[in-house]
Ligand binder design. Sequence first.
Ligand SMILES: [Zn+2]
Length: 129
Amino acid sequence: MPQPDRAARLTAALDRDGATCIWCGRALGGLVPASTEHVVPRVKGGPSWAENEVAACRRCNAARGHVAPVEWLEECRRRGWSPDEPRLERTLTGLAAAIAERGGQRRARPYLDAQLRRLNRRAPRAAGA
Ligand SMILES: [Zn+2]
């Protein structure tokens, strides 16, 4: 199935998640333009799919580089920013589901699994939930 183009995917991400940066929480638009952030970096095999893309400000996008998303979330907290952990968890989970459905992405799979494990270790589910 063809994916919408990059600009359309960014607009869709803003509509889906709200117009704030996933990493610092700043409102996007005007002086803080939105940019496309790949949750699983493309150099780690992350696909250019809507499911792998969220909006971030250019500062955070550039500052993160190729750091893994959960490690970067922790770094954002150390810097006193307000990263959107529920959005990150939703995106990682949704990407895992999209890969399971469409197949392929052999490099992204183990990377994504490791990130989800790390995220779940940080926020253990209540027993019996
Ligand atoms: Zn930001």
